[in-house]
Design a protein around this ligand. Structure first.
Ligand SMILES: [Zn+2]
Length: 381
């Protein structure tokens, strides 16, 4: 194995962020060690919720505070553009300041993360540079060249990722790398037809030379609402995940893995949406799309959590919950001339969706005892 790079900079853990803001990696390593306010050795995972609107942020805070959970909020490039009225850099500033304002009044600790940052394009590079200044964690996804749509070489991936680590780690901002190609469509900038598994030899070189403490290996998850064929179970390569964890732990036990495309599918949400769409007399085309949605089975995700996957990225399931609740609200009444009525209905549903995933991941009681009895929680639309 040839080592081309000098020792990478260590993550500066002395950095102090704004009140109640915390480095993304800190939340994850706490989960890997099983540290909670009242216990240790209880492994849990941190769901990373992709938020695209202020409403999503509000709902997530409500869920985190109810359960005393790790607060990890992620932004895709297109979400940042949405926050910034077309400009991702403005979006970074607006969204991060909004979250910092809420964080000053919260009971938990919150991390903000850039999802699928692209250091290879000029535009993407500016967003990563801005995110290193304004967020507490960034992903530098250099495993594919997004303008060409082809996988990058290991050398290129290491080189670009290392540049981001050089910039972020001294500021206490954690960096997530990606190794292997993940299939599916997540975002306008994140799509690929085929996926390839992470190679264990490449993993070791990648971790040593980049210095990242967060890594998204590919073990069979897929982005988007159609993760497999209806009726068939999505199968992940859990054995490979354990093999990768073993070699990562020999390098640094603080290295944590990240599962992308980890949304499950809530059958109650699908049933609810289909019933409401039927009552509204909606197009058969829309109803059948709902029937074709396939998520990753939760048992598979649990297998990953046992293999060091502490960050579980979820987006699709929350989008589906939002949409189902909106359809239901419109079926209830489409003549209430009050934006807050529909806003409240969808925010309440989003909060439930977040609570459900946090409870499934064992992520409660991290900062304080939950305000509800988690064993009695029922996700109802
Ligand atoms: Zn992803």
């Amino acid at each position: 194995m040839s080592i081309k790079y000098s020792e990478p900079p260590k993550l500066n853990t002395n950095r102090r962020f704004a009140d109640n803001m915390i480095c993304g990696h800190h939340l994850l390593v706490k989960a890997k060690r099983g540290e909670k306010s009242n216990s240790t050795n209880e492994t849990y995972a941190v769901p990373a919720f992709n938020v695209t609107t202020f409403q999503g942020i509000n709902a997530a805070f409500e869920a985190f505070e109810t359960l005393g959970s790790s607060g990890l909020l992620a932004f895709s490039n297109s979400a940042l553009k949405h926050f910034g009225r077309g400009d991702a850099l403005s979006g970074l500033e607006i969204a991060s300041q909004y979250i910092e304002t809420l964080a000053r009044r919260t009971t938990i600790k919150v991390a903000t993360h850039l999802d699928h940052g692209d250091y290879m394009s000029d535009g993407g590079r500016k967003v990563i540079q801005g995110a290193v200044q304004m967020l507490t964690s960034v992903m530098a996804d250099n495993s594919t060249n997004k303008s060409l749509g082809t996988p990058t070489s290991l050398d290129e991936n290491i080189g670009f990722t290392r540049e981001v680590v050089n910039m972020a780690h001294p500021l206490g901002v954690s960096v997530e790398g990606e190794l292997g190609v993940l299939a599916g469509v997540e975002d306008e900038d994140t799509q690929s037809e085929e996926s390839t598994y992470t190679n264990p030899d490449e993993l070791e070189r990648f971790l040593r030379e980049t210095g990242v403490l967060m890594l998204a290996p590919t073990i069979g998850t897929k982005h988007g609402p159609n993760k497999g064929k209806p009726g068939e179970k999505v199968k992940l390569n859990i054995q490979l995940a354990h093999e990768l964890l073993k070699s990562a732990n020999t390098i640094n036990e603080d290295i944590v893995f990240v599962a992308h495309g980890a949304s499950t599918l809530y059958p109650n949400v699908v049933d609810y949406a289909i019933t409401q769409l039927g009552a509204l007399g909606s197009k058969e085309q829309d109803i059948s799309k709902w029937k074709e949605f396939v998520g990753t089975d939760w048992e598979q995700i649990q297998g990953l959590i046992g293999a060091g996957f502490c960050k579980i990225n979820t987006d699709t399931e929350n989008r589906q919950t939002y949409l189902a609740a909106l359809i239901g609200a419109l079926k209830g009444t489409a003549s209430k001339v009050d934006i807050r009525y529909y806003d409240n209905a969808t925010t309440k549903a989003l909060t439930q969706s977040y609570l459900q995933k946090l409870i499934m991941a064992g992520n409660y009681g991290v900062w304080h005892e939950p305000k509800i009895d988690v064993t009695q929680f029922k996700f109802e639309l």
